[in-house]
Design a binder for this molecule. Sequence first.
Ligand code: SF4
Length: 348
Amino acid sequence: MHRHENSLNLLAQRKVTKYRPPDRTARIPLLSLDWLWVYIPGTLCNLQCGHCLVSAGPDSRILLPMEVEELAKALEEVAEYQEGHPFQIGFTGGEVLILKSKRFGRRLFPMVEKALEFGDLLILTNGILADHDTLDALVELEERSSHSITYRISLDGSNAKENDAIRYYLRQRPTFHLIIESLHRFLEHGIHPVIAYTYEGTGKARDVLNRKETLGKGYKRMLRKFGLGSLESWGIPFFDQGYETRRRNTFGLSHIESPGITNHCIDAYTNQGFEQFQCSYSRSFGKEPDGESGWYKCAVLPAKSIAADAYLGKSLKRAVREVKLNHPQCITCFHAATQGIGMSCSGN
Ligand code: SF4
């Protein structure tokens, strides 16, 4: 049976958890705007991973690739809001490096240059398109700037079998060894990307933390085996969103109907209150299929079709208001906060 069909059958057996009704739903103010997440390639990707959080792929049009001018406008709006306070920029998608191609007028490079005018840049990528010429160009842009570029590369298993079961091209062509090769290219250019992996993000805190620790050790061993022992890895919990919902079934994790988080829950169960929720310190910016670009609650919720009320407006002025934690995805952030892990970004 095709793996997707298998996943869809599993969807039919989904377990649903309903927390208390969403009266007095928690609201989180924007305490600072330290992070701007931009979906520069939209949800366009060179891969077709079976678990993608934003259902990206070669034909995905949930969000469209952005123009340099649209990015520049978003950056200027944040800079104006920040009144001189620094902020960081995250490029995510989809596959960010897809914009280096002639098809997109090689617009990746002016976009990176523009972002570096405003702050340090983090690029989330699967790494496969990072050839030597691309890395040369990115290193040069960083050397010309007073700001830095860091990279986070996704792998979904500490061996080829695990990764290639969910992270693949069309027709399920595998990616593990291509990603390992790309990591060596990054190192050859003096760049040390962080490896991002996902782990089961709900359930009993001790089980989740044990699982995260076990996975982390597995990644360390694998990286050493491939001569990549100098690289760090970083775990992100599963969100109940996009193709990622399929993977919850395979782990027997329930789907959340209403998260039912109140501000009292946040006060009572999280160590640092609002600060661990990325909606308290970031916003995301994306371009809808109708060509309109706009602002969203956080990096996890970047499109109207993912959650209509995650869209906050066309201008940042409309997007700096407090946000409601009424999405199934918010429960993952809440669990991460109660487990002392905190959340800082989406997958790619
Ligand atoms: S998904 Fe997380 S970061 Fe986004 S609005 Fe909900 S709690 Fe905030």
